[in-house]
Design a protein around this ligand. Structure first.
Ligand code: MIG
Length: 687
């Protein structure tokens, strides 16, 4: 059951899709107090309570014990002492003495003190006095999660090729660099479905332009690559360069489509292109216009996009920069600046980096009224990606286009996925990636993933290999790295066969992973889950933060420590361990319930097949389009005399007749062998 309460006069974020009545009684579980400038929600925490949720943020799967904030920020150091990353996902499930979920729908800053100030208390505070509050009760964690997902609408579904391996780097400068990556991947016998174009493909960082010196014929390049099974995926930034004669700028100014200052002039921020205006994507008309611009790239054969800098990130504002210069100039005239002024100057310069104090200086036009950005800050990225999503739906209604975003708010999952932004090449960020995935799934962001290998800092071959071994399970599987750091394509570290082996496993697992993704999307389910969702009665499961359930059949236990030859794994019940090197090269072993140390060398992947379940796999291919999914090798974990069935979802991966019953095929396996409802499928059974 979902109960909706309203406080003040909330901005319509369009996070939800169900039209529920607003109740007038007081909410269950939570004590809500409306104050002049905020809403304060309190809940006494029981010792046994575990808190799941908050989507993209730092720390563990259980969010208890820290203070988090929903405040979309461009912060490229994801330290565990941060409170907020790029997104704002105000949904939590309390699991314990009472079990319920709640969603605070407020697009301004919201803080979640989850036992930080007082260990026995949760205090959620909004920065404005307006919010819708939803409280969800149900039979189980899974049921609560499903109801919440029904409330916020069906998750975005990408084209199937977007489940292939993607190679990215901020620093591929020109066509020759792209061709070089494609050639070297092929030479190393490593599958590849996408190469990403970062900001350097644009002319002077102008959205929807191509630098013709670097990419003289983008359409030709895209066509060449596609013939090899590789798609190009360009980046789009939020800020639009201020430049006379640049059509996007001119049209935006002419039609009043940019965010405004209080005096009605266009707000100016500085990002990669220098001075920019920000498209007012919260305004439907401006959103429609900005979205329509993606056509420029669609027309050149592009089938996917990533939306960046949409918190929005602002490097500086001109008045603030000028003020800083003035102060520093005054200091420069002093004979002895003195230590206090020295530090004041350093703080001043550092503060230029913090865009948050600019968020109260610009405005959106909503239904003819000006709304201060600060009051709706967290829905900007959502609406930038919605702009693209809505326009793509209109421009190419029958074709899926890849789309994911850096910033997001609940509801954005209907239009695109996300990547988790600028992580670092740290083992702890591989672990963070494991923690983030189930939380992201709770808010519908199924198509998501992190920069594999790490974005900032220098990676190492073993870190990348272990990260890939987890990344083969994340729907978005992309290796991305920042300018200035060590090259981290999988052929840069020697032993390329090991990298090829791990990445090929992704392709072998795709019949299963894609089926599980599609079923999760179409049935509001969870592709990634913490163990407690399926084993709620086993108290040990709430302690496990480094193993995940992926789909219905398997549990994974990634290695995320340097120099480890394996790891300790907790099994809530006996399972069949598959230590995979390839679909045909593996060890299998029954493992009893409990704690075990399981060996796992570099290049190997641990999969635990649950009892009574099946895992269909295929021979690997060099791209998703080339996969042969008619011949499947099906692993089964059956007791004697038992039969099991599995619903395989297979479609063309590109059109949108998702619900067509023909896509659902049932595989049945017993001791005597297996069969499939689709007789064209040939199964090899592995009992
Ligand atoms: O200020 O486009 O998170 O993935 O490579 C940095 C350059 C801007 C941030 C993104 C990152 C991307 C980078 N961008």
């Amino acid at each position: 059951m979902i109960c909706k309460y309203r406080y003040g006069n909330p901005f319509s974020t369009e996070a939800t899709v169900l039209d529920l009545p607003v109740l007038s009684d007081s909410p269950a579980f939570l004590r809500v107090r409306q104050e002049e400038n905020s809403i304060v929600i309190r809940y006494p925490l029981d010792k046994s309570d575990v808190l799941y949720g908050l989507g993209e943020n730092v720390r563990g799967i259980n969010k208890r014990g820290w203070i988090f904030e929903s405040n979309a920020t461009d912060d490229n150091l994801h330290l565990e002492t941060r409170r907020s990353l790029y997104a704002s996902h105000n949904f939590l499930i309390v699991h314990g003495k009472e079990t319920f979920g709640f969603f605070v729908d407020n697009p301004a800053v919201v803080s979640f003190d989850l036992g930080y100030t007082r260990p026995e208390e949760m205090v959620v505070t909004t920065d404005t006095p307006n919010a819708d509050l939803y409280i969800i009760t149900g039979e189980s964690l899974t049921d609560i999660a499903r109801q919440f997902r029904q409330l916020i609408g069906r998750s975005y579904i990408p084209p199937k090729w977007a489940f292939g391996y993607g190679q990215s780097r901020w620093g591929y400068k020109c066509e020759a660099d792209i061709r070089d990556v494609a050639d070297k991947m092929a030479a190393a016998d490593i599958p590849l479905d996408a190469i990403y174009l970062d900001i350097d493909y644009m002319k002077d960082y102008k959205d929807f332009t191509v630098d013709l010196e670097r990419y003289p014929d983008l359409a030709g390049l895209a066509a060449d690559m596609k013939a090899r099974g590789i798609r190009l995926v360009p980046i789009i930034d939020a800020g639009v360069k201020i430049e006379e004669g640049y059509d996007v700028y001119e049209e935006g100014v002419e039609n009043g489509y940019f965010c405004k200052n209080a005096d009605g002039t266009n707000f100016v921020g500085a990002v990669w292109p220098g001075k920019v205006h920000f498209p007012d994507v919260v305004n439907p008309e401006a959103r429609r216009w900005f979205g329509s611009k993606y056509k420029v790239l669609l027309d050149q054969g592009i089938e996917g996009f990533w939306n960046d800098m949409n918190e929005p990130a602002i490097f500086y504002s001109v008045p603030k920069l000028k003020q800083t210069f003035t102060t520093i100039e005054a200091y420069s005239k002093l004979d002895n600046i003195g230590i206090d002024k020295y530090f004041a100057m350093m703080d001043l310069v550092r503060a230029l980096q913090d865009a948050s104090n600019l968020y109260d200086q610009f405005y959106h036009s909503v239904d003819g009224k000006l709304v201060c950005h600060k009051d709706i800050h967290n829905v900007y990225g959502f609406n930038m990606t919605r702009a693209a999503g809505e326009a793509l739906e209109e421009m190419v209604p029958d074709k899926r286009i890849l789309l994911f975003s850096r910033s997001s708010y609940i509801g954005m999952h209907r239009y695109g996925g996300i990547w988790t932004g600028d992580n670092c090449s740290w083992w702890s960020h591989l672990q963070l990636n494991i923690h983030q995935m189930p939380s992201l799934n709770l808010v519908g962001l199924l198509y998501s993933g992190a920069d594999l290998g790490g974005f900032g800092e220098n990676t190492t071959g073993d870190l990348l290999l272990r990260w890939l071994a987890f990344g083969i399970f994340t729907p978005l599987m992309r290796n991305h790295c920042a300018l200035g750091h060590r090259q981290q394509e999988p052929y840069q570290f020697g032993h390329t066969e090991m990298f090829a082996q791990v990445i090929k496993l992704r392709y072998s697992l795709l019949p299963y992973l894609y089926s599980e993704f599609m079923k999760a999307a179409l049935e509001d389910g969870l592709y990634f889950r913490a163990l407690a969702f399926d084993y709620p009665d086993d108290p040990a499961t709430s302690q496990v933060e480094d193993q995940l359930l992926v789909g219905e059949s398997i549990m994974i236990a990634p290695v995320y420590q340097p120099n480890a030859k394996g790891r300790v794994v907790y099994l809530p019940e006996a399972m069949l361990l598959l230590r995979l090197r390839s679909v045909d090269d593996y060890d299998s072993e029954r493992v009893e319930a409990g704690y075990h140390h399981i060996n796992c060398d570099l290049g190997e992947v641990l999969v635990f097949l649950r009892p009574g379940h099946l895992l269909p796999m295929a021979d690997p291919a060099m791209s998703v389009d080339q996969l042969d999914e008619k011949h499947l090798k099906v692993f089964a974990n059956l007791k004697s005399g038992e039969t099991a069935s599995y619903v395989l979802y297979q479609d063309d991966g590109y059109s949108k007749d998702y619900e067509n019953p023909e896509h659902y095929k049932t595989i049945r396996v017993g001791q005597a062998g297996g069969s499939c409802s689709d007789e064209e499928l040939e199964l090899t059974i592995r009992l």
